[in-house]
Design a protein around this ligand. Structure first.
Ligand code: MV4
Length: 449
């Protein structure tokens, strides 16, 4: 096992990793920008190294500085958290070249899953159901029309190099396809410097369902069920839950087994998430994330496992501490992302937090790097806390979320808490009846009046 791990991240996820290290008897090293000298992750880690100025590109994204920090501190492994360098194949490779362990998959797995076309080809080859569409890139409009008529309208055109929903165009019929195709191409070229696009059948009212998988790098792999992350605004998740309200035990077992077998076959190591659109009883692969995700705590809550501990174990060459049979769902968990943002426009609201008081009690987990008197810097993500509640069933989790939000105090900055208070009053949310378009429609109706 490692004796010292460097955490190449900040905020609540850095604390999350430090806590796992401490429980495992591993020394933690924080890195930070000059804007984060007073940040909680620096205070909580055993050691810290300043790696550059406020701008992420000169600090948290600067590979050479992070590798230097490993050498200065003697850290044997790096946990990248999420965002920043967590899915950067060049970083995983650079660490390997320096004999430092990247706590995550291989550079090759990151590369394959980072390109949407190779990811989809790999998924298909491994027996994962994919959205019907073109085989790879579509070179010209004539090919686009042939594919679209073959799979049937509506279709969606996506940029191979795109991500986070950028560079997508929907065409409802043949007359709309030519404009959509040419616009998608030129926008992809402008945004990503790569004009390759591909085509898929457009699913009109799907849910976003993602399967948590875990591999030991030796061909053993398990799944930890699904999370429903359909409630998103501009491709940012705001509310996530596990298990998914629409997913039966039979559906979970079917898709979970397919995913676990697939990652075992490629000898995947560490945590991964296989993302699907789910509609009318069918799953359609869209992409795979090769990192720990923001919303991992809902999975931890219902399975009673520590996913960061498992990431560290398999990175050190140890086996997973559970088998598929050990993984039994207990109850229901919900996470809400609390951002320092002003409603209704979600404009970032950095600044001084005069008073912070976290909720507590049975079934409540607050992952946050806030403290009273902390100044939220304007340079990074606006996520300031994740509130995770766990109950015996969905109804209890919802009641607990309402109760916990009432205990929370964040005085000094605006937050997205009022959004959750309002969502909890909504009968469709209470019944779990929503899809990927629900939140944006609701926001429009609620705030345009
Ligand atoms: C789709 C789709 C409908 N049909 N693909 C958006 C982000 C990217 N990861 C995939 N996305 C979508 N792909 C087909 N074939 C609808 C979306 C989509 C979406 C997906 C998940 C969560 C929120 C979304 C919001 C708008 C569109």
């Amino acid at each position: 096992m490692f004796t010292k791990i460097l955490i190449a991240n900040r905020g609540e996820i850095a604390l999350r990793v430090i806590r796992a290290c401490r429980e495992m008897g591993i020394t933690s090293v924080a890195v930070h920008s000059t804007a984060d000298s007073d940040a909680m992750h620096v205070r909580m880690a055993d050691e810290s190294v300043c790696i550059g100025p406020a701008s992420s590109s000169e600090s948290y994204l600067k590979m050479a500085s992070i590798i230097s920090a490993c050498e200065i501190s003697g850290a044997e492994a790096v946990h990248p958290g999420y965002g920043f360098l967590s899915e950067n194949e060049g970083f995983a490779q650079a660490l390997a070249d320096h004999d430092i362990t990247f706590i995550g998959p291989t550079a090759e797995h990151i590369r394959v899953m980072g390109d949407k076309i190779t990811a989809k080809e790999t998924a298909k080859m491994l027996g994962i159901p994919v959205v019907p569409g073109s085989e790879g890139g579509v070179p010209d409009y004539e090919t686009a029309l042939r594919v679209a008529e073959d799979i049937g309208f509506p279709v969606i055109i996506k940029a191979t190099a795109g991500g986070g929903g950028r560079g997508m165009k929907v065409a409802r019929d043949a007359s709309a396809l030519e404009v959509a195709f040419r616009t998608a191409r030129s926008e992809a070229k402008a945004a990503f410097g790569n004009d390759e696009v591909y085509i898929e059948k457009y699913l009109q009212k799907p849910r976003h369902i993602e399967i948590q998988v875990f591999g030991d790098g030796k061909g053993n792999a398990v799944h930890l069920g699904e999370r429903d992350c359909s409630l998103q605004r501009r491709h940012q998740k705001v509310f996530e839950e596990a298990p998914g309200p629409a997913i039966t035990p039979e559906l979970r077992e079917r898709i979970g087994k397919i995913c676990a077998e697939a990652v075992g076959k490629i000898k995947y190591i560490g945590a991964g998430t296989i993302e699907f659109l789910y509609e009318d009883g069918e799953f359609y692969f869209i992409e795979m994330n090769t990192r720990l995700q923001v919303e991992h705590p809902v999975t931890e809550a219902i399975f009673g496992v520590d996913l960061v501990r498992e990431q560290i174990r398999v990175a050190a060459g140890l086996p997973l501490s559970f088998t598929q049979e050990d993984l039994v769902i207990n109850g229901h968990a919900i996470e809400v992302r609390i951002n320092a943002e002003r409603l209704p426009n979600f404009s970032p609201c950095p600044g001084r937090v005069n008073v912070y008081h976290a909720p507590g009690g049975l079934g409540v987990r607050m992952d946050s790097a806030l403290y009273s008197g902390y100044s939220i810097p304007p340079y990074y993500d606006s996520l300031i806390a994740k509130l995770i509640v766990h109950g015996r069933d969905r109804e209890e989790a919802l009641a607990r979320l309402h109760r916990a939000l009432g205990e929370l105090i964040v005085d000094g900055v605006d937050t997205t808490v009022p959004l959750f208070d309002a969502l909890l009053q909504n009968p469709e949310i209470q019944r779990g009846e929503y899809n990927i378009h629900w939140l944006e429609k609701w926001l429009e109706q609620t705030f345009s009046k």
